[in-house]
Design a protein around this ligand. Structure first.
Ligand SMILES: O=C(O)CCC(=O)C(=O)O
Ligand SMILES: [Fe+2]
Length: 177
């Protein structure tokens, strides 16, 4: 989908400009190893339900499935749908900031990682690249004929939002990077 962002707001370079690699950002590559389940335990969840904090996440999986997304229909939020693990494919998640910038047009989908019954004895590996804009970038909806901009100016920028989410998740640990 093209958003027709006006040239004065960067046009087709709008998102590139927000992700200048020479500026500070929260972008991070994580190599994830989910251990097999110990025999005595009877758990189903490898990673609890959450949304990603940044703009987009690139997920590389190793063939052991388990990623699920939450059904967004209000009366079906207890339904979790398996994301297929396709060979040579990268899964792209929309993160919270893309939802802010698009004023909800693009949804930051809740997801989690579960053990499927036949996988409890296997490790699972995945690599996630969490793509974040520069810390100083505003979370205001972007100019586009497809996006309504009815929001008050937010008081925080991308760096502050990341800090808030990390604090809520990990307590007062130091921000990575
Ligand atoms: O391991 C996966 O497939 C997903 C991991 C994930 O959602 C995350 O680390 O935010
Ligand atoms: Fe995630």
């Amino acid at each position: 989908m093209t958003l027709e962002i006006p040239e004065e707001d960067g046009g087709s370079n709008h998102f590139v400009d927000k992700h200048d690699i020479n500026e500070k950002s929260g972008s991070v590559l994580r190599v994830l190893h989910y251990f097999p389940l110990e025999e005595a335990k009877n758990e189903d969840i490898r990673a609890g339900a959450h949304t990603d904090y940044g703009s987009l996440t690139l997920l590389f999986q190793d063939g052991v499935s388990g990623l699920q997304i939450q059904n967004r229909a209000q009366d079906k939020s207890d339904q979790w749908l398996d994301a297929p693990c396709l060979e040579d494919c990268i899964i792209i998640n929309i993160g919270d900031l893309m939802q802010f910038w698009s004023n909800g047009l693009f949804k930051s989908t809740k997801h989690r990682v579960v053990f499927h019954p036949q996988q409890k004895q296997s490790s699972r590996y995945s690599i996630a690249f969490f793509c974040h804009p520069n810390d100083s970038v505003s979370l205001n909806p972007i100019s586009s004929p497809f996006i309504t901009n009815n929001k008050e100016k937010p008081l925080i920028n991308a760096g502050e939002y990341l800090e808030q989410r990390l604090r809520a998740t990990y307590g007062n640990l130091q921000k990575p990077l």
